[in-house]
Design a protein around this ligand. Sequence first.
Ligand SMILES: Cc1cccc(C(=O)O)c1OC(=O)C1CC1
Ligand SMILES: [Ca+2]
Ligand SMILES: [Zn+2]
Length: 317
Amino acid sequence: LTGNDSTATGKGVLGDTKTFNTLLNNNGSYLVDRTRGDGIFTYDAKNRTRTPGTLWLDSDNVYNAAYDGAAVDAHAYAGQTYDYFQNVHNRNSYDGNGAQLVSTVHYGRSYNNAFWSGSQMVYGDGDGSQFIPLSGALDVIAHELTHAVTDTTADLIYQNESGAINESMSDIFGTLVEYHFNNNPDWQVGEDIYTPNVAGDALRSMEDPTLSGDPDHYSKRYTGTGDYGGVHINSGISNKAAYLLANGGTHYGVSVNAIGNDKAGDIYYRTLTQYLTPNSNYSHFRASTIQAATDLYGASSAEVASVKAAFSAVGVN
Ligand SMILES: Cc1cccc(C(=O)O)c1OC(=O)C1CC1
Ligand SMILES: [Ca+2]
Ligand SMILES: [Zn+2]
C-alpha cells in the first residue's frame, strides 16, 4: 500500500469532531496511520464476522457520515492509547517493538461485545439499547489494547484469579488512559457506550464494584465457573484496590492514603511487565505490587504503605 500521509477530520460515535492520520492515494483515503510504530490500521467488517474485513477506504478524507463514527473513534483512540504507552511508559506499541495496531469495527449484527482476538481489536455496534458502537469510548479501546500488553508480558491465564487480574489491568489502564487525555475521566468503565437510555450507569464501576454486582472484597469473591471463573466479576476486588491506591479512602475500616494516578500507573505497569506470571493469583499479585512499588519508591515509602493498605482494604493480605 503506497501513498501520502495526511490528516483527516471526522465525527466519532458521539458526534464529536476529531482529527486523525490517514493515507491518501489514487483510490482515496485509507484509515492507515503510519506515524505510530509500524502503523495503525482500521478495517470494516460490514456487519459480517470475518476479520479483519476490508481496510477502511473513504472517498474524500472527510469522515462525517454516521457509519464512519465507529471507525473514526477506533482509529483515533488507538492512536491515543499508543501515545499513552509510548510517552508515559516508554513502550512502543503493545509488544514494545512497534507492532501494528489492527482494529475491526461494525463486527457482526447488534453485537454487544468488544474483544482482543489475540492479534487485533474487534468492536461490535451494540444493539442500541445495551450498547452503542463500542469503539466510541476511550476506556474501552485502552481496555482492549491492554489485553495485548498483558498477553505479551505477564500473559495472565484468562480464567479464575489470574483472569480477574488480567481483566482488572485492562480496566485500570483503560481508566488511566481516559484520565491522561482528560476524556470526561472517571473510575467507571464503558460509561460512554453503555445503555444510552439510562443516565449515570456503566458496564462496571471501579469506585464501587457492587454497583454492577461485583465484589469489592476478597471474602466476597465469586467461585463459580461462569465468565471463565468470574474474570469480569472478581476484577472488582483489584479494581477497588486500584481506585483506593490512586484516590485514597477508607474501605471496611481500612484507610488508604492516595498516591495519585501517575504513581499508581507506574506501579501497576512495573507489576504487569516485570513480576506477574501466567498463573499469578491475588496473593502473588499483592506481593508483586509491593515489590514493584519498593523498586520505584523504597521499602519505607508512603507509596509502599499505600499499596499494602489498598490490598488489605479489599481483603488480600
Ligand atoms: C463488552 C465486553 C464483553 C466481553 C468481553 C469484554 C472484554 O474485553 O473483556 C468486553 O469489553 C470490555 O469489558 C470493555 C471494557 C468495556
Ligand atoms: Ca470511564
Ligand atoms: Zn477485557
